[in-house]
Structure formats: C-alpha cells, structure tokens
Design a protein around this ligand. Sequence first.
Ligand code: FES
Length: 124
Amino acid sequence: MGIPQPAFYIFKCEQSSPPGMPKPSCVNPQTQDLFQHLAQTLMQKGLIATVQPIRTSCMNRCNVGPIMLVEPGHVMYSGLTKAKIDEIIEKHIIGGEVVKEYVIPEELWDAPITPADMMKQMGR
Ligand code: FES
C-alpha cells in the first residue's frame, strides 16, 4: 500500500494588488486571513492529510474574488468569507454536494476548451 493521494486539492488565490492598483484582488486587509482559516479548519477537523489547501496566484477571476478552486471537479467558488468556507467544507468537501449558491457565475466560468481544440483555433 502506498501513500494515499489527497481526495481534494483546494487552490486558494492569494494574490494581492499593489497599493494604488485600481484592479480588485483576492487578498486585501479584510480578506487576508481566509487561507489561514481554511487550513486551520481542515486541520481541526483532521482532514489536512486528505484535503490539501494550496496558495496560488491570480486565476483571472479577480472581479468576483476572493476565489478558490476545488479539484477534482473544477468547482470555482467566489465571493468567499470565513462562513462560506466553513459551509463549503461541511457540504462539499465532507458531504459531497457542491454549494451551488457560492459557485462562480457560469458566464465567468464556462466549459474549458481542450488544448487540442485551442491549437486548432490558433491554426497550429
Ligand atoms: S487576484 Fe485572485 S483571481 Fe485574480
């Protein structure tokens, strides 16, 4: 028996805009402890070995941040707060049901284009 792979990876955007940048970002003084909250909650529940939280840079959905991506499933959550993270852990990560009301709007997260199709579109 090998080391089990994680059941989930949670990619939390940890990008903050430099001061003076008009563009919104996922981390600002009000949201800067969300990753810590996520990781601590997973730890307290004993899930950290099978649910791996990962800090990432910008995933280009800044306008609806703070965001995080749950894999497998390509489920992008937006507008995060600590309470929403708690609910996502309970309902999605433990309970197996995506929390639809916190999923990013479809027009901002449409179906992916396969790399092969992308190359065709680019004429390569
Ligand atoms: S700063 Fe988080 S998606 Fe861009």
